[in-house]
Design a protein around this ligand. Structure first.
Ligand code: NOJ
Length: 733
């Protein structure tokens, strides 16, 4: 179990046999510091007040400084806490000391945090990084985050988030690898390897936590926390896939999702937790609830009260309670009264102790003084990696008349308040970064180009300064407008109904266009945006997402051509918000959208997305030829020749999609089955070969049975999900 040695397993059993029921339940309890005193309203209300603008972020910060935190020291001493969310290493050591030296059995705490896209060195948000299609990069950035956080005592990341997300209205699309189950699975596997596999020292690895299990990305209408209903074949073939892949890769923990799936909240869903995850997939680690989720089962109306919710969750296979203390308060009585079997508790505790053992926490519970300060100054290799990831994640969406790359001595009017920010570049869920390490777009541009002048003009919030617009037009040979979303506009609880560029920024764009100077639109955002208007009227569009600490340098390098863009879209971009959800691997209909009226389309826009999954331009071009498909008894072999036909060296993402033309269930129009990144000098070609094991050509039916069905298959290879060459083959398995 969990990669433990025989001796470690024995230690877990031996420990378990010495634990009282209270101590066992204590291991199943996760706390975060409670805020006490310092202000007159409850903490939740205070957060609301900051969110709705009644108090400023600064004011919130001041209040928090004067507040005190309760770290539950007494409870830890009594063995009543298994895990805590803390990020200060001094505090980690202090609390760990209580657990290890003052509690009866000395079981170490496991400290966990949302380290979603970096700890001290923040790299791009996941939706962006996934677009690099670079599994080696996914692994290396995760490894960097693991080392940095472990040096602060955080041995458990609530990451990777691997929710398949097809609705760009959902704010949390930013946190995961996009809409595709195959890319999502590759991302999930690589992240688990990066976080967990370098076990050369306990300082190098952490436990991964796959979340949110499962279906959270399908929240109805893209509204966060909303209900989820889906056919079981959709569940097995799409939403479960990245979780299954990452469990196979050895992920140590899983977090259950807030939502219900087909009527049963994941938190108390025995089919999902016990049957599917633990029994069918053989997941050996432990499951933690999402924050407050056990109590929310009462609000869901699936449990009568806290007691009922706690029993249902534990019985369903929920091993650790995040933040409600329901397990601590009620499970003992439930066991003693016979409502809950002790074997459920033992199983949960065995899983939790095993992960702690695997992490080496029993031998190395503390953070050394040296480690605590190891990353006070970020090592160059870490900031370089953050830059590499940022550069590889940028997607060139449009480049009319080859306006890009810009000459280093071009007079550039840099516009938009986002361009001058070192904080908005970070994106949702990042905590331990420092502003001193961040490079704003303005700073990056000034470093790379000779003549850059900044004119704020406007931003996601507030007014437009007409005077500055005129001045920008007068100054620049070209205008680079950095527009988009504040980082608070994506992430948890940040769904939007209208996913056009927010505020008055489109107006600002129109004004900039009226200056007569070419406009380069650089987008900073956490979700696919509806860019129909921009695509029609703005000559150049660069999707730069929230790229982390080195965003400014990365954007400047792409605009100057020092870096030839290679990023692709990990999620489809709609034309307008009302098209959501829109994704490439949709089910076939009997009437695919076309020009004629009685087809699957809307009256007011042409069918199809604006930019499809896998799309992205470069400063060179690639031609695909000589596509062929052959078969051996176990595999299909797909071969294609890719040629760099332009005059710049570049990296192409060669994508391979499959269509199962007929099946006993309707099949998607196309499904990604492989991708390969190749570097090509101008004029050079490479033959790219994909092997597709025939066993991977099947699909799951509604009963979760895997079916391989004979018939016609189409093999598509190309530079995006829409621009592909196609070959057919009839297969008999
Ligand atoms: C709620 C979020 O849904 C989850 O992703 C996160 O890990 C927990 N809170 C803990 O912060």
């Amino acid at each position: 179990m969990n990669g433990l040695t025989k001796e470690q397993k024995q230690r877990v059993e031996e420990l378990l046999s010495r634990m009282t029921l209270d101590e066992k339940i204590g291991q199943m309890n996760q706390e975060s510091p409670s805020i006490v005193g310092g202000f007159d309203v409850p903490f939740e209300e205070l957060i609301e007040m900051m969110t709705d603008g009644r108090i400023s972020k600064e004011e919130f910060g001041r209040i928090m400084e004067s507040a005190q935190q309760d770290f539950h020291e007494d409870m830890i001493r009594e063995g009543g806490v298994g895990s805590l969310m803390v990020q200060d290493p001094v505090k980690v050591n202090e609390l760990q000391k209580i657990a290890v030296e003052e509690s009866r059995l000395g079981i170490p705490l496991i400290f966990g945090l949302d380290v979603i896209h970096g700890f001290r060195s923040v790299y791009p948000i996941a939706i962006a990084e996934a677009g690099s299609f670079d599994t080696d990069l996914f692994e290396r950035t995760a490894g960097m985050a693991a080392k940095e956080s472990r040096a602060a005592g955080v041995a458990w990341h609530f990451a990777p988030m691997v929710d398949v997300a097809r609705d760009a209205r959902w704010g949390r699309v930013s946190e995961g690898p996009g809409e595709d189950p195959f890319l999502g699975s590759e991302f999930a596997r690589a992240k688990v390897r990066g976080l967990q596999n370098d076990q050369s020292s306990t300082e190098n690895y952490v436990a991964a936590c796959l979340k949110h299990y499962v279906g959270y990305g399908a929240a109805e209408a893209g509204r966060d926390y909303n209900t989820v209903s889906m056919a079981m074949h959709v569940f097995y073939n799409n939403y479960l896939k990245p979780f299954a892949a990452a469990v196979d890769e050895g992920a140590q923990t899983v977090m259950a999702a807030f939502n219900d799936l087909n009527g049963v909240p994941c938190t108390v869903n025995e089919f999902l937790l016990r049957k599917t995850l633990k029994e069918s997939l053989g997941f050996p680690g432990f499951v933690v609830s999402d924050a407050n989720a056990i109590r929310e089962c009462v609000v869901h109306g699936i449990a009568e009260d806290d007691v009922d919710a706690g029993i249902k969750a534990a019985a369903a296979g929920m091993d650790m309670d995040m933040g409600t203390e329901i397990y601590s308060k009620h499970l003992k009585e439930a066991v003693e009264s016979g409502k809950l079997d002790i074997s459920v508790i033992d199983e949960a505790v065995r899983r939790i102790l095993s992960v702690k053992m695997w992490l080496g926490l029993f031998e190395h519970p503390y953070v050394s003084e040296e480690a605590m300060h190891r990353y006070d100054t970020l090592p160059k290799e870490h900031t370089d990696l953050a830059l590499e990831a940022a550069e590889k994640s940028i997607v060139l969406l449009k480049n009319e008349n080859h306006v890009l790359p810009l000459k280093k001595d071009a007079k550039i009017a840099l516009v938009g308040s986002l361009a001058d920010s070192r904080t908005e570049i970070i994106g949702a869920w990042a905590m331990s970064w420092q502003e001193k390490d961040c490079v704003s777009i303005r700073e990056g541009m000034e470093q790379t180009f000779e003549n850059v002048r900044y004119f704020p003009c406007g931003g996601p919030e507030g007014d437009i300064s007409m005077d500055e617009v005129i001045a920008a037009g007068d100054y620049g040979d070209v205008i680079v407008a950095v527009l988009g979303e504040l980082d608070s506009m994506s992430g948890e609880a940040s769904s939007r109904t209208d996913i056009t560029i927010p505020g008055r920024q489109r107006e600002l764009l129109e004004m900039l266009m009226h200056t007569g100077k070419p406009v380069v639109l650089v987008l900073m955002n956490g979700r696919p945006l509806a860019l129909d208007w921009e695509d029609q009227f703005v000559p150049v569009i660069v999707e730069a997402w929230h790229l982390g600490i080195r965003m400014g340098d990365a954007v400047a390098h792409v605009l100057s051509g020092d870096k030839n863009p290679e990023g692709r879209l990990s999620s489809t971009f709609p034309k307008v918000s009302g098209q959501c959800p829109v994704y490439y691997n949709a089910m076939n209909t009997g009437r695919p959208g076309s020009k004629s009226k009685f087809t699957s389309r809307y009256l007011d826009i042409a069918p199809g997305p604006l930019y499809p999954f896998g799309y992205g331009l470069s400063y060179t071009e690639y031609a695909y030829s000589e596509l062929s498909v052959t078969e051996t008894s176990a595999d299909c072999w797909v071969s294609v020749k890719v040629t760099n036909t332009g005059d710049a060296a570049g990296r192409e993402t060669v994508q391979f999609y499959l269509q199962d033309v007929t099946g006993s269930l309707v099949r998607p129009v196309k499904e990604l089955k492989g991708f390969r990144k190749i570097s090509l000098e101008p004029g050079k070609s490479e033959n790219v070969i994909f092997r597709l094991p025939k066993k991977d050509m099947g699909f799951y039916d509604n009963d979760g049975r895997y079916r391989l069905e004979d018939g016609l298959f189409r093999f598509y290879v190309g530079g995006s999900s829409e621009s592909c060459q196609m070959a057919e083959l009839r297969i008999a398995f």
